[in-house]
Ligand binder design. Structure first.
Ligand code: ADP
Ligand code: MG
Ligand code: MG
Length: 208
């Protein structure tokens, strides 16, 4: 299971990864978008960390609601509402608790994925964050069903996310700015699939 401290550490680790890889994310977005994905997410997650430093959150719902609201209000573009909705749905699913067991964690992450779909209408193969997050959520469910502890199941989820991220390279984008490029979007890794892989990897690290 995941304690509130570990869930908070997840958020902080994601912020640190985004900060460290900010230029890489922006480079990926320069190839098929408008060169702002790294700066967008780094601005948002820096604001999230500042908010958590100012006021520790008392429950999983409060923590993820703070993350989602902060991202919605500081990021903008496509990724602000998408990541914002992801975290707000995670918050609602998690509830006012201070610990999530494996199934509750997996249910919350799936709710987040469904929020992304509700917002952006992405389907498999559209070359978006969905293509990394969806296989990660499926792998998490499968590993938990096999009886793996949550920490181990999250490692499997992180590997599935990375494979999904890599598989976006040959795809032609059908959603977001990259879709304006048509066939010319092929041959480039999707920035949102890259950042959401960092999100799943950060969960595995926080619970290790
Ligand atoms: P913007 O495109 O507004 O500049 P960002 O550069 O921050 O926003 O984010 C771009 C990323 O958002 C893409 O790489 C893609 O993964 C994701 N994205 C864009 N549109 C959608 C959508 N409709 N559904 C899911 N993800 C999307
Ligand atoms: Mg962009
Ligand atoms: Mg933009």
């Amino acid at each position: 299971s995941a304690t509130l401290d570990q869930l908070t550490d997840w958020v902080r680790r994601f912020a640190a990864e985004v900060h460290e890889h900010r230029d890489e994310l922006t480079r990926l977005d320069a190839a098929i978008g408008d060169a702002d994905h790294g700066s967008n997410l780094d601005r948002g997650m820096t604001a999230v960390v500042a908010a958590l430093d100012a006021e520790p959150q008392p429950s999983a719902a409060a923590l993820f609601k703070k993350v989602g609201m902060t991202l919605v209000s500081t990021v903008g573009g496509a990724s602000g509402p998408l990541y914002g909705t992801l975290f707000l749905r995670v918050a609602t699913s998690a509830g006012e608790v201070t610990e999530l067991d494996g199934p509750a964690f997996a249910k919350a992450l799936r709710a987040g994925l469904e929020g992304v779909v509700a917002r952006g209408k992405a389907e498999a193969g559209d070359k978006t964050m969905y293509d990394a997050l969806s296989p990660a959520v499926d792998a998490l469910d499968a590993a938990l069903a096999d009886g793996d502890p949550l920490a181990e199941a999250l490692r499997a989820a992180a590997a599935a996310a990375a494979a999904g991220r890599d598989a976006t390279i040959p795809l032609v984008a059908r959603k977001g700015r990259a879709s304006y490029l048509g066939e010319r979007s092929a041959g480039h890794q999707d920035p949102g699939a890259t950042s959401v892989t960092m999100l799943v990897a950060a969960a595995a690290d926080a619970l290790a």
